[in-house]
Design a protein around this ligand. Structure first.
Ligand code: AMP
Length: 116
């Protein structure tokens, strides 16, 4: 499994940097966003260093699927039965600032569509 010691989210995944964790498994780690955009705002990341959905390969499919399975579990645990959103920003135009793929789980308030 590839990791990058200079990557912020690799360092959070390894425990080298602190985070407010809500879930961890063999393959994924989830923690609360430091600047939440909704009452529930959790980031779900793979332990493997995958920079972005851009350039994703077939071999990454299971890992990316696991992000969604983890998000669904966290949404249930957070009581988001009225709905929630899973967002993955890809590249600069979409606002991706951390180049370690991450799923934003947002919920706890009505979410507008389309997003900005
Ligand atoms: P994106 O803009 O899609 O790349 O999302 C990056 C997210 O990471 C933003 O929502 C930030 O608030 C969040 N973030 C950055 N540093 C940390 C950190 N140390 N702990 C938790 N969330 C962070």
């Amino acid at each position: 499994m590839t990791t990058d010691p200079s990557c912020l989210f690799c360092r959070i995944a390894s425990g080298d940097l602190p985070s407010d964790r809500v879930l961890e498994t063999e393959h994924v780690v989830a923690f609360r966003d430091i600047a939440p955009k909704a009452p529930t705002h959790v980031l779900v990341i793979p332990r493997e260093h995958i920079p972005s959905l851009e350039g994703l390969e077939e071999r990454h499919g299971e890992t990316i699927g696991r992000l969604h399975v983890a998000a669904a579990r966290i949404a249930r645990e957070e009581g988001l039965e009225d709905g929630w959103r899973a967002v993955i920003n890809v590249g600069a135009d979409a606002g991706q600032t951390v180049f370690h793929v991450h799923l934003h789980l947002l919920g706890g308030r009505p979410l507008h569509w389309p997003p900005g």
